[in-house]
Design a protein around this ligand. Structure first.
Ligand SMILES: O=P(O)(O)OC[C@H]1O[C@H](OP(=O)(O)OP(=O)(O)O)[C@H](O)[C@@H]1O
Ligand SMILES: O=C(O)c1cc(=O)[nH]c(=O)[nH]1
Length: 231
């Protein structure tokens, strides 16, 4: 924790006029992100050709990286994830590399942009969304680094920090649970867990057994509906 820094959150608006002309509305951002996931990430085949991390096969696959690494989607992701944590006392956001990384980075970036707007509000500007301290991003490695500082967790987090664990997809929840366990081994306090997509295959239940709050931005059902109704 950085001492002496307090956060205030006054107004619930996401307004990126400082970086682009059209402000982002949360409902519109969600719709746009769903569309991006369908266009870039959702793959379907009549045969179960997609092999999953668990070893099972599936007839659909959500390659979230094609969306999470796309710059306009990053802005949407950062805004939507930040919206879910901005009222909480959170020091940092991260998860198991690689799925979690772009989500954590985008959210941290949006939190810093929010801080910049807060500074403007102090000089009487219209932006009154004030967060004095941005959220740090961190990365949990699958294996400890074998040289340098030999770290498992990279980023500016330390014992006692309040963190949010993220993942791009939750299927069995195994990857997210690995992140939860590693974070706890490092004495990080988990405030909640947020996934971009919940495949509704038992992951939520498995994660909740770790006594954490679990949320997702989208479910498999929503994605499949959107895929079927694709113009
Ligand atoms: O809920 P689970 O059954 O664990 O499956 C979901 C995980 O699978 C994918 O990661 P992957 O193992 O493909 O690794 P990568 O992100 O490093 O590519 C995805 O990013 C999730 O982390
Ligand atoms: O279970 C997985 O490994 C998995 C499923 C999916 O839809 N997308 C992904 O990246 N991983």
């Amino acid at each position: 924790m950085e001492d002496g820094l307090k956060r205030r959150s006054i107004q619930l608006t996401i307004n990126f006029e400082s970086v682009q002309n059209s402000p982002i509305n949360i409902d519109n951002a969600r719709k746009a992100l769903l569309q991006a996931l369908i266009e870039r990430s959702f793959k379907y085949d009549e045969r179960p050709v997609f092999k999953l991390t668990s070893g099972k096969t599936s007839n659909y696959y959500i390659n979230c990286k094609a969306t999470t690494l796309n710059p306009s989607s990053m802005l949407l992701i950062g805004s939507l994830f930040y919206e879910k944590i901005r009222h909480l006392d959170v020091d940092a956001i991260g998860g198991l590399t690689h799925g979690a990384d772009p989500i954590a980075f985008a959210t941290a970036m949006v939190s810093a942009m929010s801080e910049a707007r807060g500074q403007r509000s102090e000089v009487g500007d219209q932006w009154s969304d004030l967060r004095v301290k941005p959220v740090q991003a961190f990365v949990i490695r699958k294996e400890a680094k074998s040289h340098g500082l030999m770290k498992v967790i990279e980023g500016n987090v330390s014992e006692g920090d309040k963190v949010v664990i993220v993942d791009d997809v939750v299927t069995t929840g195994g990857s997210t649970i690995q992140a939860i366990d590693r974070a706890r081994e490092h004495k990080l306090e988990i405030v909640k867990v947020i996934a971009l997509v919940d495949r509704q295959e038992g992951g939520r239940e498995n994660i909740e057994k770790k006594m954490v709050i679990f949320e997702s931005l989208f479910t498999r059902d929503e994605l499949i509906d959107a895929y079927k109704n694709k113009p």
